[in-house]
Design a protein. Structure first.
Length: 285
C-alpha cells in the first residue's frame, strides 16, 4: 500500500483544494494548531495556502497535478512561497510537498529560509505519518480507506477530517445573524463539495443516513441564502459577508429566511455531532 500512496502523493490526481484539505488534516494530526485556508475563493494567497489564526505560521502546499518535479523546480517554489510569507510577517514557515526530497536537499532549503522555525514535509515524511495504524482517516483522504472498518465508521472519519466541525461551530459563534457572517463558511462549503465527490451516503445505516442528509440539506439551505440569492456583499477588508440593504417589507422576508436557514444549520450540526459520537464513539475534530 505504501507504494500506491507514494504514487498518489508524487502524481497528485486530485485538485489543489483537496491537497490543502489533506495537508490541513495531516498537520492537525501531528500537532499543529488550527489552520485556516487563506484563499477559500481562489486567487492570490501571498505564499501560504494555510495559516494559523494569528497569522504567524504560514504553510505552503506543493502537489503538482499528475507530474513529477525536479529539485530545481521544487526549490524555486519553496523560495517563492517562503519570500512571500516573510513579507507577510510570518514567524514560522512550513512547506509540504508530495515530491521526494533527499535529506541534503531539505537541509539546503532550510538554510535558505528567513526563520529557523522552518519545517519541510516531503513524500517520505508524509508516508511515515499516514502509515500509523490510527491514521486511517488520512489514508482514506488519499483514496485508501481501511477495509476492516464499517462503512459508517469510514464515512464519518473522512467527513470529520475533510469538514472541520470545530471550525464550523466557531463560525456559528462569530456570526451576527441575519446580517453578518464570516467568510470562513466558504471553506466549509468547499470542503463538503470535495467530500461529496466520493461519498456514498446511500450505504449508511438508516439512522446515520437520515442524520447526515438532514445536515447536508441544512448546509445547502444556508449556502442558498448566503451565496446564491444575491443577498450579501463580500467585504474584503474584514473577510465578512454583509446583508445588502432592502426595503423594510422585503428585508423582513429575507431576514426570516436567513435566520431559519442558519438556525437549521446550527441545530442539525449539533445533532449530527452528538449522534455520531454516541453511536460510533467518533468525536468531531
Amino acid at each position: 500500500m505504501q507504494n500506491s500512496i507514494a504514487s498518489v502523493l508524487r502524481m497528485w490526481p486530485y485538485s489543489a483544494g483537496r491537497a490543502e484539505v489533506f495537508v490541513n488534516a495531516l498537520l492537525s494530526y501531528v500537532g499543529y494548531p488550527r489552520l485556516e485556508n487563506v484563499a477559500p475563493l481562489g486567487g492570490r494567497d501571498g505564499g501560504r495556502d494555510l495559516q494559523s489564526l494569528d497569522g504567524t505560521l504560514r504553510v505552503a502546499c506543493y502537489f503538482p497535478i499528475k507530474e513529477f518535479k525536479p529539485y530545481d523546480e521544487i526549490e524555486a517554489k519553496f523560495l517563492s512561497d517562503m519570500e512571500k510569507a516573510q513579507k507577510g510577517g510570518a514567524e514560522s514557515f512550513t512547506f509540504v510537498t508530495g515530491q521526494v526530497l533527499q535529506l541534503a536537499e531539505k537541509l539546503k532549503l532550510k538554510n535558505f529560509s528567513f526563520t529557523k522555525d522552518t519545517s519541510i514535509y516531503d513524500c517520505n515524511d508524509i508516508l511515515n505519518v499516514v502509515s500509523a495504524p490510527e491514521a486511517g482517516f488520512l489514508r482514506a483522504e488519499l483514496g485508501f480507506p481501511d477495509t476492516k472498518k464499517s462503512h459508517d465508521q469510514d464515512f464519518f472519519e473522512i467527513l470529520f477530517s475533510t469538514v472541520i466541525f470545530s471550525k464550523l461551530i466557531h463560525l456559528f459563534n462569530q456570526s451576527s445573524e441575519p446580517k453578518i457572517f464570516p467568510s470562513g463558511f466558504f471553506e466549509i462549503f468547499d470542503a463538503l463539495n470535495i467530500f461529496r465527490q466520493t461519498a456514498q451516503p446511500g450505504l449508511l445505516s438508516d439512522d446515520l443516513k437520515n442524520v447526515y442528509l438532514n445536515w447536508g440539506g441544512a448546509v445547502d439551505g444556508f449556502h442558498l441564502q448566503l451565496l446564491e440569492l444575491d443577498q450579501f456583499d463580500y467585504r474584503y477588508e474584514n473577510h465578512t459577508l454583509i446583508m445588502k440593504s432592502f426595503p423594510y417589507d422585503e428585508f423582513q422576508g429575507v431576514s426570516d429566511a436567513v435566520n431559519t436557514a442558519f438556525s437549521d444549520l446550527v441545530e442539525y450540526t449539533m445533532e449530527l455531532a452528538k449522534f455520531v459520537e454516541e453511536k460510533l464513539r467518533l468525536p468531531i475534530r
